[in-house]
Design a protein around this ligand. Sequence first.
Ligand code: SER
Length: 877
Amino acid sequence: MKVNELRESFLDFFKERGHRIVPSSALIPRDDPTLLFTTAGMVQFKPMFAGTVTLDYTRAATVQKCLRTSDLENVGKTARHCTFFEMLGNFSFGDYFKKEAIEYAWDYSTRVIGFPKDAIWVSVYEKDDEAVELWNKHIGVPGEKIVRLGKKDNFWGPAGDSGACGPCSELYLDRGPSYGCGDAECKPGCECDRFLEFWNLVFNQFYQDTNGALSPLPQTGIDTGMGLERLATLIQNVETIFSTDELMQLVNFVCRESGVSYEGKNISPVNVLVEHARALTFAMSDGAYPSNDGRGYVLRRILRRALRFGRQLGISDPFIHRMVKPVVDIYGVQYPELLKSLDNVSRVLQGEEVRFLETLENGMDRLEEGMKSLQGRGEKTLPGKDAFILYDTFGFPLEMTNEIAGENGLAVDIPGFDAEMDKQRQRGKQSWKAGDLGIERLFESASKEAGDTAFRGYEQNSVRAKISVMGSEAKLVKSLLAGEKGFIVLPETPFYGESGGQVGDQGLISSEKGAVFRVDDTRKLNKTMIHVGELVEGALSAGDEVTAEIDIVRRNLIRANHTATHLLQASLRRVLGDHVHQTGSLVEPERLRFDFTHFKALAEDELMQIEDLVNDVIWRAIPVNTQVRDLDEAVKLGAMAVFDEKYEDKVRVVSVPGFSMELCGGTHMDNTGKIGAFKIMREASPGAGMRRIEAITLKGVLERMKANGAIVSSIMGALNATESEVLRRVSDLQERVRGLEKELEKTRTKNITADMDGIIARAIEVSGTKIIAHQVAGAGVEELRALADAIRVKCRDSVVCLGSESNGKPMLLCAATPPAVGKGVDSGAIIKKASPHIGGGGGGRKDMAQAGGKDAKGIARALEEALKTAQSMLGGQ
Ligand code: SER
């Protein structure tokens, strides 16, 4: 069976048995911020297993795209490890359980794909007598082929930090003693290649919470997983996953295009390229991009590793991006989403490749040298500092350095690396205005002492409350006096603490006794809001009753920019496509900044379309809804979530009906009309595969109009022109300036050449050749050339050395006529000797050479040197 026939046969088998065929979910789990990637078929069904969501079906089967990086370092070094793989799985949500799951697996393995019954072994969780019983009595697997294993092997833990879990049972194929270690006791669980596990049946019975505690699930479930590549290896009877039909096509592509051979094919760098290019193509087409943290850094590690192995094959040009097309050609039928993003993915990859290849060679040289000298000294550990320099300067992920060191019998001092990283973080850390690094710790103690703050700012602009905790710049304090800077924590507040890209509120906290604390910023730590500022009048003590009131105009500007950010995201997706996802956002009173995934600069008309669309929604004055919902429900309704954000079970959903729906904790206008107007100011790229838009709204638009108006007025004043005349006047002026410049040049050349006779008269003559050395005030290189040419025409046997200073920059030029060159004059050599005097360098031909420099004071000395050199070339003194 070909791989594609396998996919079909698996789904058909389970469809016939009442399973709903569900498409693979994306590699980025949309509703599970605790997982970087989809690691198993069950990930999209986590809520169904947990019993929090019910569907109109209770059994399902999938072919699921998965990515796991736990084995990254093994890829290419073994026959069967990969990062990306496809998992065949059948699932039951409160429907069938162990008995049917075991029957189905046995039936499919022996009848459909035809594995010999006596070659199948099974493992079960050591305490699961029921499973042993089923395999033995019901199916007829002999007792000696049923192996009991412990929790490590046969208990499936939850995907992510919590979820369904339970004991499992695995099916193994005995490939015969020739694959084995020879040990008489060899059986499933042994490290050798004889017994290959191909199917894992998980009997979901428990729910594990984030603390690791187990509780029984409201309903049992089945979650099975079978690695497609591994299964194909067994069925097609080949030695490695890379020799199965689909992956082999990629292997052939690499060999054909790069001219490398597939020698030692089981363990080959070619396999690394194939596996990694496929993983990157899949992950990126689902919206992950290489970057410096989280998911993006995983991709960066994969790509950089591929480039390192490419180097081993002698491939030094960007190559991985060229593999995207062949990957899509093979997998596009099964996964049409690949087709949509083909160009985007290969372009971003190419950019990434180019960038890393610039430093890879130097980094490798440095690392190899370092390792050699360590080995020479008999040392076994690469210092953390070296690994850090490789990371910081040459872009080597720590894991990659570690892997290379390992290949050379060395370890890396990881704590040393972490310490260097920490030091760098400290250096770059933003601190509270006063620049005190201890402030974060101080906020932490304040948060611990005060507990959560109730945020009232969605509905209220002011609240009355008693101060729970206060601090100065240095420590927690019981009171603050006028003139002191510090912070205040209240049990409830209308002040929004900086989070989700929205800046903190400003305003006043005042007491009836006349104390006024100016809030410059509000920070949020855990769930505590911290009002940071200065006590401008009176005195305040912990326990005092105060009124906290936000600066409402500033907050409204923030609201406008935040709601506009949502409209912008929705418009971007409409105009550019669904691949647009938020990667960053900043919402300030003055402007908004939105970063998103997209592969090329936006065209003028796209920007205009987006701007128009946002303004249209604004001027339709649509009410903005905010609702608190269950996370699962919100995601099901299609609310946009930020990939890396951690959401709680209850989330706020902000929607502009019919246009935008996002999970968001920020503050918004209650009607789009209140945004007033929206104007894009800038479009740029903050990194590979990303774009950034900066825009303004409401007062920002008016301010910009005023500023532009002021500029236009002052230009009008200076030109003494009306608004409608301004443009024409400027172009008239430009034309006049161009004309004047030309005239000036002519006059200058005339002046210079007018003095020519005087210059020639001062020439020194050696062996019949006139040597002229002369400094011309304020001439540019064109003028020097004109003068030298004019002299050469007049004196048929001459060497002309000229120097000048123009706009503070010194310049030298030397020209010689053919007779002078015939006598041994070399202008290039003259310039080479003279130019160091002006702090520069240059050269040229024998008949013409020039140089620029930095030190205009040296022109006279340079000309003297030129003169002397020419003299000696002509045999003079
Ligand atoms: N969740 C299990 C696994 O990934 C079975 O699908 O192995």
